[in-house]
Design a protein around this ligand. Structure first.
Ligand code: NAP
Length: 274
């Protein structure tokens, strides 16, 4: 797959990072990976299980770099132990981490948050969508260079449903609020080591994760119609933001939730026609 829509260059030359969350060619993680690759990064990819491996491998092969893929089910300590051991064995350092992982049961992504959220459903969403970043950040930071050697950078993906009520987003909104708060706490802990930690709050994108949310089509349409730019959020925009945050361009930025949604987040009332 060509990198035509992603600007090429050397902003990530010499940097190695792991991308977690590529499920298919529409995944946000894949757009970010292509942009980082186009700027010279060497990438490792984690995938949840063998089914995903079959889908992700052709994409990784299309990059033309030596493929480096590891299993990581983020809800399993054993799987995460093995993943980071494999990284440590293969590379002498890790410069960056991309976390683009979330999960909640379909039945909890519809209707009443109050009535449809179960204890196991709440715990699962929080575990996979928020705690997994805390866990991955801790493990990744141990492999990152010292401050003097350049430090490191991490980015996770969030959505406006953390700050405002979005119909059907429900427990995932609560998990994203936890993810964003975690981003700030991790950023403070790792700042002295020269590791920057940020999140991108992306506008709606047509991905598998989006397909699991009831009314996703309306979210997409509203996301465009109410936005300041009157545009859908683009993969290039999200990937460009990730490049900024993960490269030295973003050297003074940490603890930040960067909205990349064509300005939708700042609009309180849509256009008044009369
Ligand atoms: P996606 O392609 O479906 O990616 C979600 C990824 O999470 C998949 O690779 C999925 O793997 C993985 N995952 C779920 N449970 C996992 C587990 N236990 N262990 C390891 N991986 C697991 O959808 P996406 O939209 O690109 O989502 C990426 C991130 O962007 C998510 O954090 C999402 O909330 C966020 N985001 C999305 C939008 C949007 O509109 N699409 C907007 C803002 C933020 P499986 O396929 O194996 O489950």
């Amino acid at each position: 797959m060509a990198n035509t829509e992603f600007p090429t260059g050397a902003l990530m030359k010499g940097k190695r990072g792991m991308v977690m969350g590529v499920a298919n060619k529409n995944s946000i993680a894949w757009g970010i990976a292509r942009q980082l690759h186009a700027q010279g990064a060497k990438l490792a990819f984690s995938y949840q299980d063998e089914t995903l491996e079959k889908r992700v491998r052709p994409l990784v092969d299309s990059l033309g770099q030596e493929p480096f893929m590891v299993t990581a089910d983020v809800s399993s300590d054993k799987s995460m132990d093995a993943c980071f051991k494999a990284l440590e064995n293969r590379w002498d350092k890790l410069d960056f981490l991309v976390h683009a992982i979330a999960f909640a049961g379909k039945e909890e992504l519809q209707g009443s948050f109050t009535h449809n959220t179960t204890r196991p459903g709440f715990q699962r969403a929080m575990d996979i969508s928020a705690f997994s970043f805390v866990d991955a950040a801790r493990r990744a930071s141990a492999l990152m260079p010292s401050k003097e050697e350049g430090g490191g950078a991490m980015v996770s993906l969030t959505y406006l449903g953390s700050e405002r009520v979005v119909p059907n987003y429900n427990v995932m909104g609560v998990a994203k609020a936890a993810l964003e708060a975690s981003t700030r706490y991790i950023a403070r802990d790792l700042g002295p080591q020269g590791i920057r930690v940020n999140a991108i709050s992306a506008g709606p994108m047509r991905t598998l994760a989006m397909a699991g949310i009831s009314g996703g089509r309306t979210l997409m349409k509203t996301g465009k119609d109410w936005s300041m730019l009157k545009q859908d959020t683009t993969m290039e925009g999200i990937a460009g933001a990730a490049l900024y945050l993960l490269s030295d361009l973003g050297k003074s930025c940490t603890g930040e939730i960067l909205h990349v949604d064509a300005g939708f987040h700042a609009v309180a009332v849509p256009d008044i026609e009369d």
